[in-house]
Write a protein that binds this ligand. Structure first.
Ligand SMILES: C[S@@+](CC[C@H](N)C(=O)[O-])C[C@H]1O[C@@H](n2cnc3c(N)ncnc32)[C@H](O)[C@@H]1O
Length: 188
């Protein structure tokens, strides 16, 4: 909605599978952003069925789902239109290491990234594009501000999360713990 409010995009398309939520959203948008003055669409469908259209300058925002689904969405959008470049703004719930790897595997580069703390939860917002020049680092790079106590807290939570997973599956998760430890050691 803030994209519409700020006139940041020519068109904003909202996608979710929940019919009731999307009907409520349609009503709210109709009141706050009349269709004759704003270009928006509400689509009640599975994101995995979306085919990326052949347009210039488009951004897909994937927010509020876990890493498994986020990666499925990234891969299905890319597979739907392998020759069309589009930007992604990804804000997954947990598991950003694997999300970052999926972005790297699809050939994405970093435009910007930020740690967000909201309602006692941390998120990483990763803004990626195939037309950017900075590499995406699996543990995050420019978003870390080590003098910020919240970022230190986030680092501890991430390491604890992967240490917990490493207890069950050390082969997969111990290397990830080591990557985060190396990141901290490189700053210290
Ligand atoms: C926690 S909510 C986040 C909603 C919103 N994206 C946000 O960030 O505020 C997760 C949403 O993902 C939607 N969702 C899950 N799987 C989906 C899919 N395959 N296609 C579209 N939406 C999906 C759910 O219906 C749910 O509304």
């Amino acid at each position: 909605m803030s994209l519409l409010q700020n006139r940041s995009a020519d068109q904003v398309i909202f996608v979710d599978v929940l019919e009731d939520n999307m009907n409520n959203l349609t009503n709210r948008l109709g009141q706050d952003f009349p269709r004759d003055k704003n270009n928006w669409q509400v689509r009640c469908e599975d994101l995995k069925n979306i085919i990326v259209p052949a347009c210039d300058s488009q951004l897909f925002i994937i927010a509020g789902v876990g890493p498994h689904q986020t990666i499925e969405f990234i891969n299905s959008l890319c597979a739907s239109a392998p020759d069309i470049a589009f930007d992604l703004l990804v804000c997954s719930v947990h598991g950003n290491y694997s999300v970052r790897q999926a972005l790297i595997d699809e050939g994405y580069k970093l435009k910007n990234e930020r740690i967000i703390f909201e309602n006692n939860r941390f998120y990483e917002a990763i803004y990626a594009s195939k037309n950017a020049s900075k590499v995406i680092v699996d543990t995050g790079s420019q978003m870390w501000c080590w003098s910020d106590p919240e970022h230190k807290d986030y680092w501890h939570r991430v390491v604890a999360h992967y240490q917990q997973k490493a207890k069950k599956d050390p082969l997969q998760f111990e290397p990830i713990v080591s990557r985060y430890e190396a990141l901290r050691d490189s700053i210290a």
